[in-house]
Design a protein around this ligand. Sequence first.
Ligand SMILES: [Zn+2]
Length: 279
Amino acid sequence: MPALRVHHLNCGTLRPPGGRLVNGNESPRVAARLVCHCLVVETEQGLILVDAGFGEQDLGARGRRHRLQLRLLGASLGEDEPAARQLRRLGLDPADVRHIVLTHLDVDHVGGLADFPRARVHVYVDEFQAAMHPQTLAEHSRYRPITWAHRPRWVLHRAEGERWFGFEAVRQIQGLPPEVLLLPLFGHSRGHCAVAVDTPQGWLVHAGDAYFHAGEMNPHHPFCTPGLAVFQRAVAMDDEARLANQARLRSLVRDHGDEVSVFSAHDPSEFERLSQATP
Ligand SMILES: [Zn+2]
């Protein structure tokens, strides 16, 4: 049994316009609420962060420099939300974060990188290429090089034929325990991945932005609010791949829902359920 302990953190509240068109159940006057769901994994070799959410610098001057993008996302960042601050509250030392495993490099997933300058930052090679050498206007506008201006210690990965519940997988990530895997799920961005973590309570799959609404994982009646459906389509680099990968995730939930718990980076109901269930 792996000796991992997992904490669920919301590292950035988003309040995009759209009310119930986004959340589905609130008054049109109430702003929708999304989270930036990150994991902290305690291992014998130190801490691993899965996605970095927004960071301390997004609360200050740097946030003002990409104010337009923060506003488009509806970022409503709380002073206590950066992962580094939450770690301190948990009695953990941010300097013990040795590895950060990223689903992709959008600003709401990498804003916190600079708070962990000594960590190795693991990302799929196609996503790294998209961010460092954007090819389309959409890629140029979605990535914010200022979030990696501190020159993180990048470690790039590609899938090499390993399988995990039928998915291609990057196993045995250099320096990480074998309980942490990268699963390529392209579509939302060029090299978007999910991150699977084997915990004492079963597999946790951080699906990043492969889907946004918990209803999309309902194997029998998939549902997404119109606002989130339009948004996902609009920002996808490859919408066909995104939809195909959503269907694969749904099949995983249908066939292995007792062994695997899948969640999106942004759905607040999944965040609340999983963070409350954590012992
Ligand atoms: Zn996101």
